[in-house]
Design a binder for this molecule. Sequence first.
Ligand code: NAP
Length: 286
Amino acid sequence: MPTRPNPVILVTGTSRGLGYEIARLLLTMHIPLSLVTVSRSYSPSGTVALPDNTIHSHTHIQLDLSVPGGPAAAVAGAVATYGRLDGIVVNHGVLDPVERIAGPEGEKEEEVEEREKVQGGGEGGEAAPPDGLDEWRMAWEVNFFSVLGLCRSAIPHLRATSGRIVFISSGASQKGYSGWGCYSASKAALNSLCRTLATEEPLITSISLRPGVMDTQMQRDVRERHGRAMGAGQERFMELHRRGALLKPEKPGAVVANLVIRGGKELSGGYFSWDSPEMRPYRSSD
Ligand SMILES: NC(=O)c1ccc[n+]([C@@H]2O[C@H](COP(=O)([O-])OP(=O)(O)OC[C@H]3O[C@@H](n4cnc5c(N)ncnc54)[C@H](OP(=O)(O)O)[C@@H]3O)[C@@H](O)[C@H]2O)c1
């Protein structure tokens, strides 16, 4: 009987936080797999560590997914190394800019002038007048357009393997936290992309997941950098931290690792919370 080739899984944003945990958990699974991790930097501990006597293979691709060609290079790198692609976890993402839709709050006049000068290409530059939206565009390059690029490049390979894409979304995709307009809209766009992909690509299972409020760098930034723009909305996150109630990323990470390996077709197109009843079969380890 021909042996089934090892699944090849690509995970983005693995240098820290949830992505690191997803990658680490995949490398402890009992089925042999080939893992491709992607981030701009390595993790503080070097890179995702392979357990001893590993039955898995691992390659790290260091690149910025927001640059043109970045997503295509990541997919091409995975396929060139391991010859196929069975799953992608789209985990990379940025929260910044955290500012209100009306613009950054409390900026002094000279700060506005300086920002506009930089955005307009400097004094005497020929650039178009600044509209103050460059940071939002940059965030959408990371949170949305790079994801679209990954999907486009991966679709032919995932059709061939009846593969899976797990989009790491956020509860913010359904909410209106003050200062999070850019982030929330980009995560809502991922849920939408996931729904459309499920309709257009019936061979591919597409799932959008809310991982919960986790103890990662992103939450440290919420507490330490974003009070001014978030106003009263910051308190919920401060309180979760005070109570020690932030999730360890390995909890939702286990759900994601299981989903990308064996997520059921019936989930395709859906948006789920990591602790929803639908995710119960994926919470335990393999
Ligand atoms: N933390 C939470 O409470 C929370 C809640 C809901 C949803 N989420 C979502 O969960 C995911 C992971 O969050 P986290 O808290 O683990 O965030 P994090 O600690 O800030 O990690 C983000 C990861 O994305 C990578 N990344 C960012 N920009 C990139 C780019 N242009 N190209 C390649 N990699 C890039 C970063 O690596 P480099 O900087 O090395 O590139 C890093 O590994 C995100 O999508 C986030 O929106 C988080």
